[in-house]
Design a protein. Sequence first.
Length: 72
Amino acid sequence: MSATAEERLARIEAQLAGLNQRLDEVVISQLRDHGKRLAALERRQIWVGGWIAGAGAAGAGLTYLVKFLGGL
């Protein structure tokens, strides 16, 4: 007994719907992972920027201190 065209079409549509659902899940998962990686990189970039600013402030303070003590 062979399936009618309508039955075959219904099976194909069901398989296609399942495939679309799986693809949606994969894409959403990949986007979430990518977002997490970007957030981690941004946090690191902010930390490095803060460290550089702190080092610059310390260097400026040390320069001022040397100039001040050198003038005594």
